[in-house]
Design a protein around this ligand. Structure first.
Ligand SMILES: Cc1cc2nc3c(=O)[nH]c(=O)nc-3n(C[C@H](O)[C@H](O)[C@H](O)COP(=O)(O)OP(=O)(O)OC[C@H]3O[C@@H](n4cnc5c(N)ncnc54)[C@H](O)[C@@H]3O)c2cc1C
Length: 418
């Protein structure tokens, strides 16, 4: 509850996604008067889309495994996730009065699956804590007097704050509010950013018209993806993905997405290898494919002997020369490692999340910008990325918590100096 010992402090939280709302809660609970500014007419639009078919908040898996999902930025996120990681997040959700359950692949969801009721409950709690919301207020930067400038339906408005939390999101799905336009403001203040890149995105493949028209929208289930980049980093994973009009998309593609994207940036293409029958040893495939096919067509022989049909069969016809289908050994090899050439990632606006953003070297351990004392950053606007499915949201909640706590410490320090 608000602490009457220092009611004079005002904090502005800009961006009402999970990171900003978490920072607002920490500050309000610390007794600070909190104003939340949001460019959209309501809060948490991306959170609602993320949870449209179940809000996957986090994962119940060993901490080291969890941390490894953040790849090259895991060491920067480690202290934040140690302080407020999956366990603390689950406990916090329980304190909201919402039960959780662990689904498949250790995914954690609110028991009442609707993201809308989760968000509603949270916003009510924030209002009870005295947090004020200003919707349709788009942050434009600072005035010469160091006041925050907003564009609102009433025209330009300003606000003075003792501490500012920027939680402005990435640059994907801009229709939900996170446009990435804040990057120009921070660059103007000499803050270095890693370029925005699509993460958890689809990739483009040159399909033939026949394949695209016939198979776009079809899932490829129980396949295994294998990819090694030019630096020797590799991933082998089983899962599923979907053929799209433009190429490929889905959870299996996302899990290799960062490596594939970086390879395309470096070498203008990336080729992954698809095992269409991961449970079949190659010897068994060769033996079955070598059996006489009699009067059966090749397609029918493939289906009858090894069960390959539909989109899996069409993928083989799409990429293999005709003569390979007459050579059981070559065909078996292709079934176990079919090369799929990718041309480009799909545009960032379509991606689930954004890689790039404010460099950790611009921030102190409390996520305060070294060049702008009193201004803290949190959420997807920071330079990290992770696979979808709980890792993104957890790091947003966690960094929001860290930025809120950091701002609170900073304000308390100011009191002590008085
Ligand atoms: C389709 C989809 C599915 C997803 N599924 C999952 C999932 O299963 N699991 C998972 O962990 N994550 C998932 N995510 C990702 C997750 O939703 C985001 O990582 C998370 O919402 C980012 O939180 P944030 O608070 O950093 O930013 P956001 O949620 O993007 O919030 C930023 C807010 O800042 C506001 N804003 C931006 N600029 C300004 C400005 N200048 N002035 C004022 N306000 C501004 C925006 O309007 C926005 O409300 C999914 C995302 C999408 C799009």
């Amino acid at each position: 509850m608000p602490d009457p010992s220092h009611p004079q402090f005002q904090a502005a939280v800009i961006g009402a996604g999970p990171a900003g709302l978490m920072a607002a809660e920490v500050l309000a609970q610390g007794g600070v008067s909190v104003q939340v500014y949001e460019s959209k007419p309501s809060a948490g639009r991306k959170l609602l889309v993320a949870g449209s078919s179940g809000l996957n908040l986090t994962r119940a898996e060993p901490f080291d495994v969890f941390l490894s999902r953040y790849g090259s930025q895991s060491q920067n996120l480690k202290p934040l996730l140690k302080a407020f990681g999956p366990d603390q997040l689950i406990e916090w959700v329980h304190h909201l009065g919402i039960e959780t359950f662990v689904g498949s692949s250790a995914r954690v969801f609110p028991k009442e699956m609707l993201a809308a009721s989760f968000l509603h409950t949270w916003l009510e709690r924030l209002k009870t804590l005295g947090v004020h919301f200003h919707y349709e207020h788009t942050w434009q930067g600072w005035t010469e007097n160091n006041e925050l400038r907003f564009h609102s339906p009433q025209g330009e408005t300003t606000d003075k704050a003792d501490a500012v939390i920027l939680a402005l999101g990435g640059a994907s799905w801009p229709q939900l509010g996170s446009t990435g336009e804040w990057a120009a403001i921070l660059k103007h203040h000499d803050i270095s950013l890693a370029p925005f890149q699509p993460a958890n995105c689809g990739f483009e493949v040159h399909w033939s018209d026949f394949f695209r028209n016939r198979f776009a929208g079809q899932p490829l289930k129980t396949v295994s993806l294998n990819f090694t980049d030019a630096l020797g980093r590799s991933i082998t994973q089983q899962g599923e993905f979907v053929i799209t009009e433009h190429g490929v998309e889905g959870s299996l593609i996302y899990s290799a997405g960062a490596l594939l994207r970086d390879e395309i940036t470096a070498n203008h293409k990336a080729v992954f290898y698809l095992d269409l029958l991961p449970d079949w040893p190659i010897e068994k495939l060769i033996e079955r494919l070598s059996q006489p096919r009699g009067s059966r067509s090749i397609a029918s022989h493939l289906e009858k002997s090894v069960g390959i049909k539909g989109v899996k069969s069409a993928l083989l016809w799409e990429f293999l020369p005709r003569e390979t289908f007459q050579q059981p050994e070559q065909l078996a090899k292709a079934i176990k490692a079919l090369p799929i050439p990718l041309i480009a990632p799909r545009p960032i606006a379509e991606a689930i999340s954004t890689a790039g953003g404010v460099l950790f070297s611009e921030l102190n351990q409390d996520l305060m910008l070294r060049k702008l004392p009193g201004v803290f950053c949190a959420g997807e606007m920071l330079d990290w990325e992770a696979p979808t499915g709980g890792y993104l949201l957890t790091a947003c909640f966690s960094s929001g918590h860290a930025a809120g706590s950091g701002a609170l410490d900073w304000l308390n320090h100011k009191i002590n100096l008085k």
